[in-house]
Design a protein around this ligand. Structure first.
Ligand code: SF4
Length: 235
């Protein structure tokens, strides 16, 4: 089976616990204008045989220290669910993690096989999410509810001014988190512009002009979540 990857390499603690071999899978179902990996939005990475990746993981195993392992990210890795699952099913003793937008039909199928599940939850407001990213809130929230019933999840909010740092969003995030079972933690990732240069290099217009959030807003989000007994962490 083939798997399409646009970048791979080791990373420590940013993409799941410990030292991890991180595979960035090509193709995404969303079009977030702040995406820091715009080169991975289309499925034009390099094709590998899954057997080749399985061999690479096996030979890399001594490097998975401090609770490390393998992370599939993207793009949206669960769009290549069959390839990922073939790899996971072939390797019993390896810790697997996915980073996902949770907006795909196969999210659960992959997530339930992983030890660590990291999800970007971008907006609790359907119209805005759809308009800006193309995402579908009902799918995301349903997937989060389902996976949270069977394992702990790490939810990341990319906090972006003029997209999701307003009071209506804060209320929506809080309401949704309060409706879960508490089997999750939340991390706020304030807006950055790591992707801007890449967008321009690809000949694409970078349309986020006012994305930075101020410290007071971040504190307001953290305080509100903590007031509601929502666990907020920083990795
Ligand atoms: S979901 Fe992630 S990978 Fe896809 S466009 Fe948005 S930020 Fe980029």
């Amino acid at each position: 089976m083939k798997i399409n990857i646009f970048e791979k390499g080791f990373n420590y603690s940013q993409d799941g616990p410990g030292n991890r071999l991180v595979y960035h899978l090509s193709g995404c179902n969303m079009v977030c204008p702040w995406c820091s990996n715009p080169e991975g939005m289309n499925k034009n990475g390099k094709e590998y045989e899954t057997d080749e990746i399985i061999r690479e993981i096996k030979s890399s195993a001594p490097m998975f220290f401090d609770g490390g392992g393998v992370t599939f990210t993207g793009g949206e890795c669960t769009l290549q669910s069959e390839a990922i699952c073939e790899i996971i099913n072939s390797l019993n003793d390896i810790s697997f993690c996915i980073e996902s937008n949770a907006d795909t039909p196969d999210f659960l199928y992959v997530a339930e096989k992983c030890d660590t599940v990291i999800v970007d939850y971008k907006s609790p407001i359907q119209d805005r999410l759809k308009l800006v990213t193309g995402g579908n809130l009902a799918t995301i929230e349903n997937n989060l509810r389902q996976i949270e019933k069977i394992k702990h999840i790490h939810i990341r909010i990319p906090l972006i001014h003029s997209f999701n740092d307003d009071d209506e969003s804060l209320e929506g995030f809080t309401e949704f988190f309060n409706s879960l079972n508490g089997n999750f933690d939340v991390e706020i990732l304030p807006y950055h512009e790591y992707g801007r240069e890449k967008w321009l290099k690809l000949g694409k217009e970078y349309t986020v002009n006012d994305g930075y959030v101020n410290k007071e807003t971040i504190k307001k989000f953290v305080d509100k979540f903590r007031l509601n007994s929502i666990k907020v962490i920083k990795t």
